[in-house]
Design a protein around this ligand. Structure first.
Ligand code: FCB
Length: 453
């Protein structure tokens, strides 16, 4: 047996990620305002198992216990998001001091436990009051976001060094406004595209706001994108063109504005009249230089041409969230992560990167071993290990990768899929709120402790 371990650079950061609406609960406590997810999750039929984030993991009340678990698992880095409507209930104007106090105490507790906070300002929970004024379709929302970013940086920027403006603008724009599967549940391409532009604009406006309001000398600011490695289903010219459109819509539509200050021409002409309105100066704001980019990666895509398919006239041959039986078909995805990271390095001038999410859902079952509850999620260990290997290879080939965060710290409310999908290193029994460390959690604690796989 080969016991050679792959070692990572000394300053490499290992951690795990969560998001406010997915874990906090306490949806109407201490002055929190409603968000579009509170509204959406209560529309019958919107969440496949009828659950919501009303309670979720009750992390709002249990954050000390959850942070103690992270410490027990040798986690030195933690990525979480703040709920805009907990801090500014109406989205603009009046600040809710209790909301700020909660995040301030969360950050202090992390630091006391030797855990570095990575703060995401927007993980999809727009204040409902702003949605009623048009949400991200309304240009003003971008300016309100920058004001919220400034409030957070003024209050936490003495202790938080790592800031992320948005999580996965593609998902907020398209899954929420074209597919209607996420809040706010709209189905219109032009809306989705205008939303994507205003989200990118809000990112560009927030970067200097965070920098100027933070007092820490080591502030670094970035954005998190979900990127996909795309392969055509065949060498047929139509499939190759379809794969290029998919790449254009998912990857280049977000990367080109941020790194090059322009939208990809091929996509602007594909979208035609649905393309967003862009005011003079917007692209300069969006391409404000950042310190790093977060990459969320789950699986590769195989794309075929299909004139009856989606808005890109494509069809996906592989979809994520595949369970046990189909796991084998994910075989090649670690290699795709490697290729994706190298592609970003080559096409976008080798930016500093973090893998801010990577993980897999499984139908985890609790079992008893030596009188102790555990979850034998060996497939998750296998998945994570292979992807970490791909990350190691990318580092060896010159990608400036600074860290890797597992999705997720603990099982949580998986958006429209409710509590039916478990991604955690820690199992959550939603009836009792008991936390049970999975085998993957124990395994990951050794990765983090030894800085190697
Ligand atoms: C990502 C999201 C995260 C979680 C994982 C499974 O797209 O950022 O909140 O839903 O997928």
């Amino acid at each position: 047996m080969n016991h050679t371990r792959l070692h990572f650079p000394n300053d490499f950061s290992w951690g795990s990620s969560t998001a406010s609406y997915q874990i906090e609960g306490a949806c109407d406590e201490d002055g929190r305002g409603r968000s579009i997810w509170d509204t959406f999750s209560h529309i019958p039929g919107s969440i496949i198992d009828g659950t919501s984030g009303d309670i979720a993991c009750d992390h709002y009340h249990r954050y000390r216990e959850d942070i103690a678990l992270m410490r027990q698992l040798n986690q030195r880095h933690y990525r979480f998001s703040t709920s805009w409507s907990r801090v500014i209930p109406e989205g603009s104007g009046q600040i809710n001091q209790s909301g700020l106090d909660f995040y301030s105490s969360l950050v202090d507790t992390l630091l006391e436990n030797g855990i570095t906070p990575y703060l995401t300002l927007y993980h999809w929970d727009l204040p409902q009051a702003l949605q009623e004024k048009g949400g991200w379709q309304n240009r003003d929302t971008a300016y309100q976001f920058a004001a919220y970013a400034q409030v957070m940086a003024e209050h936490l920027g003495d202790r938080v060094n790592h800031w992320m403006t948005h999580n996965e603008p593609w998902v907020s724009s398209f899954v929420g406004n074209l597919y209607g599967e996420h809040a706010p549940g709209l189905k219109d391409l032009g809306t989705a595209l205008q939303v994507s532009h205003h989200i990118l604009l809000s990112h560009g406006l927030a970067v200097p706001a965070i920098r100027s309001a933070s007092t820490s000398p080591d502030t670094s600011v970035g954005i998190v994108n979900n990127l996909e490695w795309v392969e055509p289903a065949s060498s047929d010219a139509a499939d190759v063109a379809a794969a290029s459109r998919h790449d254009g819509a998912f990857n280049r539509w977000f990367l080109d504005p941020i790194f090059k200050g322009s939208y990809p021409e091929d996509m602007l002409s594909w979208y035609g009249n649905d393309a967003p309105e862009i005011a003079p100066g917007d692209m300069r704001i969006i391409s404000t230089p950042t310190d790093f980019m977060g990459v969320n990666y789950y699986t590769r895509r195989i794309i075929a041409h299909d004139p009856h398919g989606d808005f890109l006239h494509t069809r996906r041959v592989i979809w994520p969230f595949i369970d046990r039986a189909e796991y084998e078909s994910w075989e090649k995805t670690p290699e795709a992560l490697y290729r994706l990271l190298v592609r970003v390095k080559d096409d976008y001038d080798n930016p500093v990167l973090y893998i801010t999410e990577n993980g897999t859902p499984l139908q985890d079952q609790v079992s008893i071993t030596d009188g102790k509850k555990t979850v034998h999620d060996e497939l998750r260990i296998d998945y994570l290990k292979r992807h970490m290997g791909a990350a190691w290879q990318a580092l060896a080939d010159g990608v400036r990768l600074k860290g890797y965060f597992v999705w997720s710290t603990l099982d949580n409310f998986e958006w429209n899929l409710g509590t039916s999908k478990r991604f955690g290193l820690v199992y959550v029994d939603y009836e009792t709120q008991e936390r049970i460390i999975k085998e993957s959690g124990k395994w990951f604690s050794e990765v983090s402790r030894t800085n190697s796989i």
